[in-house]
Design a protein around this ligand. Sequence first.
Ligand SMILES: [Zn+2]
Length: 393
Amino acid sequence: MAFTEEVYKSRRIVLVRFVRARTGQPSYTYPDLDDRGWLHDPVGTRGETPALVHGPVFGMSQDREVVIKLERLRLDESASGGPDLFVKSEDDTIASIIEPANGELPADGTFRIKGGTGSWRDKFCKITVHVGTVDGPLIGECGVRVFQRRTVRVHPWLLNLRGSTTPGGAMTAGVCATTQARITTLFRTVNRIWRPCGIYFLVDAADTSGSVNMFGNPGEITENSGAAARNHPNGTVFSAGADDSNPVHRNNRQANRCNIWWVRRIRDLTPGAGTTMAWAMDNTADTGGVSQSGIVMTDAADANDLAHELGHYLSLDHSDEPAAGAGGRSRSDIQVLRRLMYRFNPHGRTGYRSNVGYGSGMRGALITMRDKPKHFRDDEWFEARRRAIQGPY
Ligand SMILES: [Zn+2]
């Protein structure tokens, strides 16, 4: 069967494309691909290797295996008389094709890649698609970044936040519902999300030794995000923008760790302010002799939330901020919604934007591997890894 294409002036005709081999929950073996555009990245200005490839880029760890899928867009399947297609790596010491061994793609288009090993921290290479033989005409390419694994050690706290519910009422204990088992489960997914970036979170046993007297209800951090002072039901006045979290993150700390404090909830006294599931102070927040970096998690926050906050901790900003200093403005294009650092979870979009590949209504988990000149918040692998490498973990 022939494909016809009506072209006005000029058009890029794409014969094949690379896609995630399985959609749904994050999986290390089936990574998402950063497919934002086809042009080469600009020269790296901070020391990162630019992706010089006309195709998508995915990340993986050294000495690990992942599976990627090639889809035929304007080529018949082999069984219908289309050409046989072959894949190969431009540098087997960085990434090699291990299945199929001869490079000839099976009917489902999947192929398995193994990352190389070495003392290097990150390298980039291309994987190319050829017609007829592995040396036949080139019709498509993608890029892979292979990362040396960096460990970030995490110290989880299950704090007793003592508080009172009525004016002059007794202070009573407030421990969150999150357990050691829940934390283990959350980090299993977190590590699936972050391993394509070569970052592994190693988690200490949950620490129950901390106790803090709060100004709000037992187990809760209280904030007032509004512009007017508000009274808590127990009589405490919270000025505009105030919260009572300082004693939590300044006093309960394990050195050389990313500290994470679990609480029952974060209560915002401002009506209509919405629910805060978690927040993060990045790992440069420890200045002026005050150590306060870390993450506050609530019982209701999920693994995607935790992975997102770890992104903030490692310096990443929201994907829907179009430019520096424009924090309040949101973008809603698919390239932004698919990303781990999109502001909202669930992302709440409808129609074709309700599923970005991770299940209906779910925020995606893509950490960007490319640097597009018109996307302000991308090239995320580089900055997150730089922070992880510089940190004392
Ligand atoms: Zn965020």
